[in-house]
Design a protein around this ligand. Structure first.
Ligand code: ATP
Ligand code: MG
Length: 420
């Protein structure tokens, strides 16, 4: 026998029971985003490698070690997208959607990063992302954050996530701060973890992100980014928090929140949960006013975020919210074809919301009833020989202690419409 081929590590199959939760999540998100007037943009999964190098930044985890990059047959370097912002900016610019315009966009789909697979961290994972363009003031930052808050409410997750907020200031302010931070950390270099020592020379702000406890303790007395903000960024941040306060959304200012990507400025935020261990960030975003220009367009202010679908599914499970997402059929039709097939279709036609599973494969009545039960269906609809002859059907309650009844097939619609 030849060896079985398995899925690639960190790239998961999503089986029917789980995909019901995914559909619930996606439908809820689409509904909320639609109601805020955001339009969907569908983007390619593969882009030129340079797009990611130029937007995400050479000295980031993603570009340094996480990208799936390959040469195509024409010797072009292509990359499976590790995130959605770069492609979204590329597309919006390419289609002339940015200059002097306002856009509110969202997208969803798989992203690819070569990471160490573990709970909540995969090599193919999925994001739902939002990008807005052309708006400079803090009101749009507030809108996207309030929209995510609305989403947690719609999903039933409000109690399980908290909002962390920071401002990275302007590029200049950050450069001043960076120099201060480097001199503070250089003096204590031997106490830093290995990754942080390396980052000190390449991307020192990422040291603030370190998960190492000793490094974190050391950072307690480090200079704070908030103290270095330029006036414009400070005003922007105050404007944002004023709107969040007015809307009653609580947040924690976390001056160590820097985000992994190079392109952020001013507002950055994360929604985090304590229910998923180390992979606690379920949604992250911020302002990236410089990116469009960096990719060759005219300067365009932009704010966006991305949420991790797998982590949200895990959180829905951890919060015990997935039981309500019922993928069981309403009806299971027992008997033999063609009567079963015809009846099942008639029920689907007359009760437009009903999920009807028809028994296929024949077999003894008892076995069929076991299948009906195992399917989780609420009712079994049984057509034996007699019922077939008389145009009748037996309705058996599978989840209630109630006597079964025999009715005419033509009465089924009225019977169930009265029940609902
Ligand atoms: P982390 O710090 O957890 O590595 P990140 O800063 O790299 O996250 P972003 O690039 O901001 O993540 O992506 C936005 C969201 O996408 C994250 O908050 C998370 O929910 C999700 N995400 C990122 N990487 C993965 C992954 N490898 N597997 C599953 N979800 C992920
Ligand atoms: Mg990461």
């Amino acid at each position: 026998m030849s060896k079985k081929i398995q899925a690639i590590r960190g790239m998961n199959d999503i089986l029917p029971e789980q995909s019901a939760v995914w559909r619930f999540l996606e439908a809820t998100v689409k509904d909320v985003l639609g109601r805020y007037g955001y339009g969907e943009i569908r983007l390619p999964i593969v882009e030129y490698t340079d797009l990611f190098k130029r937007s995400i930044g050479e000295v980031t985890d993603i570009v340094e070690k996480e990208m799936y990059t390959f040469k195509d047959r024409n010797d072009e370097s292509l990359t499976l997208r590790p995130e959605g912002t770069a492609g979204c900016v590329r597309a919006a610019e390419e289609h002339g959607m940015l200059y002097n315009q306002i856009q509110r966009l969202w997208y969803t789909g798989p992203m690819f990063r070569y990471e160490k697979p573990q709970k909540g961290r995969y090599r193919q994972f999925h994001q739902i992302g939002v990008e807005t363009f052309g708006l400079q003031g803090p009101d749009i930052d507030a809108e996207v954050i309030l929209m995510t808050a609305k989403l947690w409410q719609a999903l039933g997750l409000s109690e399980h996530v908290t909002l962390q907020l920071n401002s990275l200031g302007s590029i200049e302010a950050r450069a001043t701060y960076r120099a201060e931070l480097v001199s503070y950390l250089e003096a204590r270099k031997d106490q830093l973890d290995e990754d942080s020592q390396r980052r000190l020379g390449t991307n020192p702000l990422r040291v603030l992100d370190s998960k190492d406890e000793k490094t974190q303790a050391l950072l307690a007395d480090a200079p704070s980014l908030m103290d270095f903000l330029d006036d414009d960024s400070r005003e922007h941040f105050e404007g944002l928090t004023a709107i969040l306060d007015a809307a009653g959304v609580t947040y924690e200012v976390n001056t160590r929140l820097v985000r992994g990507l190079d392109y952020y400025c001013k507002t950055v935020f994360e929604w985090v949960t304590s229910s998923l261990g180390a992979q606690g960030t379920v949604c992250a975003g911020g302002r990236y006013d410089g990116l469009v220009e960096q990719l060759g367009g005219k300067a365009t202010p932009a704010v966006g975020f991305a949420m991790g679908v797998e982590r949200l599914v895990l959180l829905l499970e951890a919060a015990g919210l997935t039981d309500q997402i019922n993928s069981a059929p309403d009806f299971y039709v027992v008997g033999s074809a063609p009567e079963t097939i015809l009846l099942a279709d008639r029920v689907r036609e007359s009760l437009s919301q009903a999920v009807v599973q028809c028994h296929c494969g024949g077999g003894k009545f008892k076995k069929q009833m076991k299948k009906a039960n195992d399917s989780g269906a609420t009712y079994a609809l049984i057509i034996g020989e007699d019922e077939a002859k008389n145009g009748q059907v037996v309705v058996k309650y599978l989840r209630e202690e109630k006597d079964q009844i025999t009715i005419l097939q033509t009465e089924l619609n009225a019977f169930f419409s009265a029940l609902i």
